[in-house]
Design a protein around this ligand. Structure first.
Ligand code: PMP
Length: 449
């Protein structure tokens, strides 16, 4: 019997409802459970659905399976690690894999960010980065700097730090509002000036000066750190205007503010190169990552910190534990093994170059949807595309959700976020598959009201 045949018993509702117990994250549970769309296996560029169809993965799962699915190089490394050392603590003890992985990650980071802390997810990476930033300021004798700054329309995961600096009120409002002492700079989304831009939008660098406004408002000596995604992915593919990130960097430098880039999506090849920071030539003080680090085969995140800032914390505590922070699973053997195998694969197959190699083809394919029904903007960079739809009057987000369902039912996985359809395929994608993706989206757009 197929492992998922029990789904056929879905008709038996009530007490025996096989879908009832899993309270699904970020999901309209009732709607999903009334019409469950399941994925049961995966290989390379494709998922297989519960009803036996091949689904082209246009989103690398959730922006994470950058090398494609079930790569034997990775799954075999995980199996070997599991059979050799299933778990070992990294509190006051060590085991070789995370040391090796940290060194490998450090080599991929922009110059100077070579101290690596391990977490288990993007959310943990973000909260870790915020805590490290606060700790650095204290270690440098700047203990009044406790304020954290995020950005409107930012997404930084679901920890208390992440929802607080995040710019989506829906992620906060059910939980009492998040941390005190947080503020936000303005987002950079501006369809009026930048619609249908390829690559970096031309207009909006001056929006970085909003950080200066907050410095003037609160005082630099109250501000510890600012966190932004170099490219905001999950809130709709918001690409930084030309010069914007440089300007943020300058303002941070001027005022002693730690700059954190949340690269949970952009690291590991998504925009070309190992990081957006490296690719776009702006070096933050801290980088958060997760997702592509292990090709998502085992959960893992990491935080890269500038060596001198790491040293400030280490040197501030002459004896004993320097950073009171960590997770049971920091540097877990299976995750570390997956990370090492993933980085090997990225290097062997030159996957960080794919976004550049395919860039023009990708852009042309995406922008061929200009003029398609409902489309009011298309944004592209690296191997990412955001297709913004005109909201249906009285039912915002409904159109993108219907398109998401229609795509799935027609063999393509896309991501719907607000009124935006995001595409971010595994970096092994081929040109014919790019054609298939945008061809299908175009066709199905025509069928949606
Ligand atoms: N930061 C960013 C920029 C993200 O895109 C995400 C997830 N999409 C997160 C943090 C949270 O990561 P996770 O879901 O692994 O906790």
């Amino acid at each position: 019997m197929h492992a998922f045949d029990w789904l056929g018993e879905w008709a038996v509702k009530g007490e025996n409802d096989p879908l009832a117990s899993f309270w699904m994250p970020f999901t309209a549970n009732r709607a999903f459970k009334a019409n469950p769309r399941q994925l049961v296996s995966a290989s390379g560029m494709h998922y297989q659905s519960g009803d036996g169809r091949q689904i082209l993965d246009g989103t690398s799962g959730l922006w994470c399976s950058n090398a494609g699915h079930c790569r034997p190089e990775i799954t075999e490394a995980i199996a070997k690690a599991a059979a050799t050392l299933d778990f070992a603590p990294t509190f006051q003890l060590g085991h070789p894999l995370p040391f090796e992985l940290a060194q490998r990650i450090a080599a991929l980071m922009p110059e100077g960010l070579d101290r690596i802390f391990f977490t288990n997810s993007g959310s943990e990476s973000v909260d870790t980065a915020l805590k490290i930033a606060l700790n650095i300021q204290r270690a440098k004798g700047q203990g009044t700097r406790t304020r954290l700054i995020g950005r409107e329309r930012g997404y930084h995961g679901t920890g208390f730090g992440g929802i607080s600096v995040g710019g989506l009120v829906n992620n906060r409002r059910a939980f009492g509002g998040g941390l005190p002492g947080v503020d936000h700079i303005r987002h950079t989304h501006d369809i009026e000036r930048n619609a249908f831009t390829r690559g970096f939008p031309q207009h909006g660098a001056e929006l970085a000066d909003d950080l200066q406004r907050l410095v003037d408002l609160h005082g630099a000596d109250t501000i510890a750190a600012v966190i932004v995604e170099p490219m905001a992915g999950s809130t709709g593919v918001l690409i930084p205007p030309t010069g914007y990130l440089q300007r943020l960097r300058e303002i941070c430098d001027r005022h002693g503010i730690i700059l954190i880039f949340d690269e949970v999506i952009t690291a590991f090849g998504r925009v070309g190169g190992a990081t957006a920071a490296g690719q776009w030539g702006v070096t933050p003080d801290i980088i958060t990552m997760a997702k592509g680090l292990t090709n998502a085969a085992v959960p893992m995140g990491a935080v890269a910190v500038k060596r001198e800032l790491h040293d400030a914390v280490i040197d501030s505590v002459p004896g004993g534990i320097e950073l009171f922070h960590g997770y049971t699973y920091s540097g877990h053997p299976l995750a570390s093994a997956a990370g090492l195998a993933t980085l090997d694969l990225y290097a062997r197959d030159g996957l960080f170059d794919r976004a550049t190699e395919l860039g023009t083809y990708w852009e042309d394919a995406a922008h061929s949807l200009k003029g398609a029904r409902h489309v009011i903007d298309i944004r592209t960079i690296g191997l990412v595309a955001g297709i913004e739809l005109e909201p249906r009057p009285g039912a915002p987000t409904a159109r993108a959700m219907e398109l998401f369902h229609a795509c799935f039912d027609n063999g393509l996985l896309v991501r719907a976020t607000g009124d935006i359809i995001a595409l971010s395929p595994p970096l092994i994608v081929e040109k014919a598959q790019i054609d298939e993706m945008f061809g299908k989206v175009g066709e199905l757009l025509g069928r949606i009201d």
